[in-house]
Design a binder for this molecule. Sequence first.
Ligand SMILES: [Zn+2]
Length: 498
Amino acid sequence: MEQLMNLVLYNSLTGKKEKFEPLEKGKVRMYSCGPTVYDYASIGNMWSYLTADILRRFLEYSGYEVRQIKNITDVGHFTDDEGAEGLEASGEDKLEKAARREKKTPLEIASHYIKYYKRDEASLNILAPHFQPRPTQEIDEIIKIVGELVRKGFAYEINDGVYFSIEKFPEYGRLSGNTLDKIKAGARVEVNKEKKHPADFAIWIKRTGENAKHTLFWKSPWGDGFPGWHIECTAMAVKYLGDSLDIHTGGEDNIFPHHECEIAQSQAYTGKLFVKYWVHTRHLKIQGEKMSKSLGNVYTILAVPDKRYQSLEERGFEPLAFRMLRLGAHYRSKANFTWQGMEQAQKNLGKINDFYLELLNYPKDKTGKEIELDTSAALDRFKRAMNDDLNTPLALASVLAMVRAGNEIINDRTLVLKNPGQVKKQLEDFDRVLAVLYRRAGEGKKGKEIPQAIKDMAQKRQTARENKDFKTADEFRKKIEADGFFITDKEQGFKIGR
Ligand SMILES: [Zn+2]
């Protein structure tokens, strides 16, 4: 617990590293912007979700009681919601668009992609949040807040929706720097003439005009309609965490307009500070370029049925190798994804796990000169690095250095490791934050063998894959995983692990 007070976090709101002090002693209320489930989650999405997971794990490691809410957006997120266009209810709802393309309902689209999203997060050892609200199930709360904002004079109704009036909230722009005086209607934005200010943003969208065919809608005091993306996060955060939160996470692309709008709505609604610390993860570049479908460089963690996307799995990488890659980069650094980087990460993953296996099976009868491996220096460096704005590359380096030193003793025939149990314990302690060990304590060597039934299923999956029957292949994968094993595809064949 002694490190509990030492965490320093970079706060996007102030642009400074600040000492972390939660609103309530020992407790952390944390909201993470989750996926909009109209497509498969990419490694870029996971890059940012991993930051939230590492942060949550480290807070718990430090003795805090954390409550994490992470939403799943299933309505109201428009294709134009990023960048300056995000202030207008323009473009198209992403789920409605996907539904039309795939000839399904938006809710069928949501449940399909949620399944894959959860699968991939689990494969990365990302802890499930304490609750994952969905806007389609929170409409009453959203309508209540929109109504209250109108009543208080912060929002007004016009022909196509209810808009938040940014001029009523002078602090608008504090997070992103897009302050009222700087903001101009974007050249590409078609400004609704009825809006009081071009940057006023929609919080309730009426089912009229361009949105007349929207299939998901609800009755409201402003007619049939649906909520805007920004108000949803406000409603879910306030409902499940209270008026004021300690930490809000997201990708840097969420800063404007999404998070800027969240602050305005929330603080106008509650009259209190919305979030104390804003933590934003910088974008992951893919081989030096922006990830985009047109460049064909959108990768997923595990294989998906959509052949436009390649997965790391199909390239022979384990999901946890991607977690290692993430740990090897600071969340605010300009990280670049390369295949060489992945290979190194996979190697390091193997190193830590092999070392752990050695410790589990370290022979008690070995003789030679006894050497004690000092774990306290590694622990000290680990904590100091993590406390310094989650410096995971340094923290990981200290763990890898301990592994290297341990291997030197283990691999020397004249030496005996005096404290294997303690080293093992220390590694498990680090793993509460790193979460990269396949095997937990006490499994012993027997755990290495793969039962015949699992091997048979893996073979059947392989055959299905070769026949491009990905549905069957996926079903076998699930069965294998349900039994506590994982499967990695190699250039030739596959590998099964526990
Ligand atoms: Zn959000």
